[in-house]
Design a protein around this ligand. Structure first.
Ligand SMILES: [Zn+2]
Length: 228
């Protein structure tokens, strides 16, 4: 029985991978019918200082600079902190004080307020080096040891404590779906380079870290101006 069972498992795994690859294709900018940037939004997304997006509240602990001088961000990694509601500002302030410690650039509170902690040319320590290689969620040949802290800007969603499986709040989802296109436009990141942390590293099996949020952002199919 071992042969057929193994074969069935291989077929199931490869069809899952095909499905994942098809979805990634759908969300790449190459054949995008996705949402276009308005010139005003594209200009806003390239501003230095403390640009504010309509409908979104961003608190900048560090002002933005010229995006041309930012670190070369190619990916966005979506994290969940497994920390309590109300801790985003403190986490962002700690990161600001120690920019390269474990943590990320952007923290989102359960009320949807976004805290931009460190300057965009600094690299906080996050991710586990893109160690996932089982193609369980996406094609990991494109991420294995490639989606890492030096090329990925991190966003942390606060509040899944004490229950790690507690989903992001509706305010966080709303904020994220405005924030993601801003980051994509600013750094030229296509939708298929938005990753849930759990898709690229082996994480806590009690929940899928960042999966719902990353999926929603990909589905917006926002394609930055420079890739259209
Ligand atoms: Zn994470």
């Amino acid at each position: 029985m071992r042969g057929p069972v193994l074969l069935a498992a291989v077929v199931a795994a490869s069809s899952a991978l095909c499905a994942a690859a098809a979805l990634a294709e759908e969300w790449s900018c190459a054949n995008s019918g996705g949402a276009a940037a308005s010139p005003a939004f594209a200009a806003l997304a390239r501003q230095p200082g403390r640009p504010q997006i309509d409908g979104l509240d961003i608190v900048y602990l560090s002002p933005l600079g010229d995006p041309g001088h930012a670190n070369a961000w190619q990916n966005i990694i979506v994290h969940q902190t497994e920390g309590p509601p109300g801790s985003a500002r403190r986490e962002a302030s700690d990161q600001f004080a120690h920019p390269t410690k474990r943590g990320v650039t952007i923290w989102v509170e359960t009320d949807g307020i976004v805290y931009w902690s460190v300057a965009e040319n600094l690299i906080p320590t996050h991710g586990e080096g893109g160690d996932r290689n089982d193609n369980k969620y996406i094609d990991n040949t494109k991420t294995f040891h490639q989606v890492v802290k030096t090329n990925s800007i991190g966003v942390e969603f606060i509040g899944n404590y004490p229950d790690v499986a507690k989903p992001a709040t509706s305010e966080q989802v709303r904020a994220w779906l405005l924030l993601a296109p801003f980051l994509q436009e600013r750094y030229g990141i296509p939708p298929d380079r938005i990753y849930a942390h759990n898709w690229i590293d082996f994480k806590d099996q009690r929940y899928c870290e960042g999966c719902e949020l990353a999926t929603l952002a990909r589905k917006q199919a926002y394609c930055p101006s420079k890739l259209r």
